[in-house]
Every structure is written in structure tokens, then in C-alpha cells.
Design a binder for this molecule. Structure first.
Ligand SMILES: Nc1ncnc2c1ncn2[C@@H]1O[C@H](COP(=O)(O)OP(=O)(O)OP(=O)(O)O)[C@@H](O)[C@H]1O
Length: 244
């Protein structure tokens, strides 16, 4: 008999007592930090203790990870480093054992299409497009759309934004933008979902709805997430908590 554990390894069970790994399929994307220190925050960071900065950290694939920190201590900076849109740091971020800068532009684009999705703090809604087009744009850009139009409607209904789908991005409230940005992040395949204060503009009911959708979508993909926030919360069953 052959079965798979949570991290992509297959094991063979025989009638003998020995249980040996027999096949290995590609594992989920590994992210490790090696003594990461943002250059502009160096003096501030080295004065206080942190679970992340200037440490060896391995994010376990499939885990729900929360990174908590007060305002101004580098949450957005870290998210931008993890998504590799900023690299003014010392130390390294290793993706599958290789530093981010060693990947080609094409490799990075491929990783962002298939393995890592993101909800930025500033949400990055295209104001010239409708809410629906903001989401569809991401779906259409995928080489093989992994999410149907019906699924988008279903997610919009769950997050109470069906009524704004036809509305211009320019006129959406911040809470509506945040929910559209969350749905947009969920229409693509991913192994890691990175979220920067994703509920900061939401009332508790909508935050709970969004959290429940995110947890379901992560579990369906066996994906993990890295979520930054200011405070403690019980919206998810976190596997790991870090103080930045
Ligand atoms: N490119 C940069 N150059 C210099 N300083 C920067 C740069 N980007 C951010 N900072 C500073 O780094 C610190 C951390 O900023 P960051 O936006 O990462 O914090 P944050 O924890 O996300 O804050 P908030 O909770 O307020 O969103 C701030 O003091 C900010 O002014």
C-alpha cells in the first residue's frame, strides 16, 4: 500500500516490518531566512530582540504562520522582501535552498504565478478597472486558469462584496478593496500566501468570513500562509507565532 504524508512524501507499507520511503515527489516551496537584516532598520533592529531579524528561520510548508509586531517595526518591509520586490537587506532569503537574487526574472515570475500569492498592505487595486476586472485580470493571466468565474462569484458572496463587483476600483471603500484583494490572491495556485495586515480595514464579522475562506483555500491546496499583524488574534489556528 502507498500513501502520502502532509509534505509530499510517499511511503510504502509492505507485509514486512520495514517501512521505507519509495517515491519522492517535489516538496512544497521552502522559505528560509539567514540572518536577514534590513539595511535602513539595522540600528533599530539590533537594539532589540526579534524572532525573525538576524536569525536562522525556516518556515514550515503548510503551516499557518503569524508574525506580530508594533507599527513601524518592518512588517511591510519583510513582506516585500519575501515576495522579492525589495532587497535592501543583509543576510539571505533562501527559496528552495537558493537566494532570491539567484533566480532569473522568468523563474521569479513563474514562482509568483504558481507558488506564492500575496495581499499587500496597500492592496494595489487598479482604479481604472472594476472590482470584478481586478480579480479576473489575475485569473486570465494564469497559463491555465485554476479558478472558475462561478468560484469568484461564490467567494464574493461569502465576503459580502457581490454588490460592488461592477463598481470602479476608484470608488471602492478600503474594506471593499481589502476583500477584493483577498479574493484576487485566492484565484491563483499557491503554496504560500503572504498577507500584510489583511484585515486592517474590516469589521470583525467580515474579518472572520475572510479568515474562514483563506483557511479553506489554504487547506484545499495544502498551502501555508505568512500573515503579519499588529496584535494577537484567534481568527486562525496558527501553527507558529513570531514576534518581529
Ligand atoms: N525604503 C526605505 N528606506 C528607509 N526606511 C524605510 C524604507 N521603507 C520603510 N522604512 C522605514 O522602516 C520602518 C518600517 O517600515 P514598515 O512599513 O516595514 O513597517 P510596518 O511594521 O509595516 O509598519 P505599519 O504597521 O505602520 O504598517 C519605518 O520606520 C519606515 O519609515
Amino acid at each position: 500500500m502507498v500513501f502520502q504524508n502532509g509534505h509530499g512524501f510517499f511511503f510504502a507499507i509492505t507485509n514486512q516490518t520495514a517501512t521505507l520511503p519509495c517515491i519522492r515527489i517535489p516538496t512544497y516551496m521552502q522559505i528560509q531566512l539567514e540572518n536577514l537584516v534590513p539595511v535602513p532598520l539595522k540600528d533599530k533592529i539590533l537594539q532589540r530582540s526579534s524572532d525573525i531579524w538576524n536569525r536562522q528561520v525556516t518556515f514550515t510548508p503548510g503551516h499557518f504562520i503569524k508574525i506580530k509586531a508594533p507599527s513601524g517595526t518592518g512588517k511591510t518591509t519583510l513582506v516585500h522582501y519575501l515576495y522579492h520586490i525589495r532587497n535592501d537587506y543583509t543576510g539571505a532569503i533562501l527559496v528552495n535552498g537558493k537566494p532570491w537574487p539567484s533566480y532569473s526574472k522568468n523563474n521569479i515570475a513563474d514562482i509568483r504565478q504558481k507558488q506564492v500569492s500575496v495581499v499587500f498592505q496597500d492592496l494595489r487595486i487598479f482604479e481604472q478597472l472594476s472590482a470584478q476586472e481586478n480579480i479576473e485580470l489575475k485569473r486570465i493571466m494564469m497559463p491555465q486558469p485554476s479558478c472558475t468565474a462561478e468560484k469568484i462569484q461564490e467567494m464574493a458572496a461569502r465576503l459580502n462584496v457581490t454588490h460592488v463587483l461592477a463598481q470602479s476600483g476608484r470608488t471602492l471603500s478600503y474594506g471593499e478593496r481589502q476583500r477584493i484583494a483577498i479574493i484576487r490572491a485566492l484565484v491563483q495556485p499557491f503554496e504560500w500566501l503572504i498577507m500584510d495586515e489583511p484585515f486592517s480595514h474590516l469589521d470583525e464579522d467580515n474579518a472572520q468570513r475572510a479568515a474562514s475562506l483563506i483557511a479553506e483555500e489554504c487547506k484545499a491546496r495544502k498551502a501555508g500562509f505568512i500573515l503579519t499583524d499588529l496584535d494577537h488574534d484567534n481568527r486562525f489556528e496558527y501553527d507558529t507565532l513570531y514576534n518581529l
